[in-house]
Design a protein around this ligand. Structure first.
Ligand SMILES: [Zn+2]
Length: 61
């Protein structure tokens, strides 16, 4: 079991796709954008996941 833990799409929970990261598809990216625009986006307080601040940087061990 040497599977590297991939990030999941914050919208639907599917594995992230590089092309649309951090989402799994453009659709989910669109949904996320829409949430921001409509002000419905709720940032989870103190999640254990650090924000992706670098491109392509693997923050896992
Ligand atoms: Zn998704």
């Amino acid at each position: 079991m040497a599977e590297s833990p991939k990030k999941k799409c914050p919208i639907c929970g599917k594995p992230m796709v590089e092309e649309f990261k951090p989402f799994c598809s453009r659709r989910c990216a669109d949904i996320d954008l829409n949430r921001w625009l409509t002000g419905n986006y709720v940032i989870p307080a103190r999640d254990d996941e650090p924000l992706p601040d670098a491109d392509g940087e693997d923050e896992n061990f």
